[in-house]
Design a protein around this ligand. Structure first.
Ligand SMILES: [Zn+2]
Length: 318
């Protein structure tokens, strides 16, 4: 049996050890992300070296988000904030500027440093006639305040652009937490290999559907389609969150018929009624592609979502 003295010593040691653990927890880098793909990439680079949280709940789109007071606290407490950029989270960027003195220092945009030639600035051309409405600057409801200023923000749906984002995240984590720089580098190398495998898998699996015409709900897939040789011929919502005009829809239906489009793609947070009605009129199918703006917050959710989309594309475009 342990003597009383030993018991006291043991309890003191346990207290000391748990104090160490919570101390490590307290000093661990805190990273805040905006949307699930960025959460996923950051969680993979961070591993067990940093704490990663996503600002938005898993089921809320960046389109619809309203700030809550506790979000301001999380912004203030974060050491690094990972944003997409290109106007996707201007609402977030404004709140960061208003609530954190060193905001600029702690924000990293995954889009930073991408060459201009990589960025997509136009919607697929839908000729609505009379010189109006054809290929105009991409304007998104993520970004109504700065119409036309930004390129299309949906970079994450291209796994090779994801590599660029992961590198930006790696450098930001290393700069904020130099003691763990080599650990972050090791984690990032492992994750980049997974992204390469994902890219190769999609490339191989889409070989048989290359060149097929695609119509999506909002303009989220230009980077994906360009990467894998799909022909993005139109989008249903010319301005996301706004019902398309009858004139625009008539022009879109013309394109759908002319190009032999076989399926209209909806997305999880869209109302599928409009796409369903159009598809019924045309006698074609409806299927759902996930833009990954909402969804599970796990380290594998990005790869899982991309593979689900791949399965849908192969099934509906074969
Ligand atoms: Zn979007």
């Amino acid at each position: 049996m342990l003597s009383r003295r030993w018991c006291v010593a043991l309890l003191a040691f346990i207290g000391f050890a748990s104090g160490m653990a919570s101390g490590a927890e307290a000093t661990r880098l805190r990273v805040l992300t905006s949307i699930p793909p960025l959460y996923c990439w950051t969680a993979n680079v961070a591993g067990s070296l940093a704490t990663v949280e996503n600002l938005l709940p898993a089921d809320v789109s960046p389109h619809d988000y309203q700030f809550r007071p506790r979000d301001l606290k999380r912004i203030g407490a974060a050491d690094v904030i990972v944003l997409n950029g290109l106007g996707l989270e201007d609402w977030f960027a404004r709140a960061i500027r208003a609530n954190s003195k060193d905001a600029k220092k702690k924000v990293v945009h995954v889009a930073d440093g991408l060459p201009e030639a990589v960025l997509v600035r136009h919607l697929p051309t839908i000729d609505v006639g009379a010189g109006k409405g054809a290929a105009h600057d991409h304007d998104h409801d993520h970004d109504h305040d700065d119409a036309g200023k930004h390129a299309n923000p949906h970079l994450w749906l291209d796994p090779q652009i994801a590599r660029h984002g992961v590198s930006n995240i790696l450098h930001a984590l290393q700069a904020a937490d130099p003691a763990n720089a080599s650990g972050y580098a090791t984690n990032a190398t492992g994750y980049l290999a997974k992204l390469d495998a994902l890219d190769a898998e999609i490339r191989t699996a889409t070989a048989t559907i290359r060149g097929r015409p695609v119509v999506t709900f909002h303009d989220a897939f230009p980077y994906f389609c360009r990467r894998y040789g799909l022909d993005l011929v139109g989008v249903i919502e010319e301005v996301p969150g706004t019902d398309p005009s009858p004139r625009y829809l008539a022009a879109l239906l013309k394109v759908v018929r002319a190009k032999g489009v076989k399926v209209l793609f909806t997305e999880p947070s869209s109302n599928p009624r409009l796409a369903k009605r159009l598809a019924d009129d045309l006698g074609i199918a409806v299927a759902e592609l996930d833009v990954l703006e909402t969804g599970a917050l796990t380290p594998t959710s990005y790869e899982d979502g991309m593979r689900r989309n791949l399965a849908v594309l192969r099934q509906s475009l074969k």
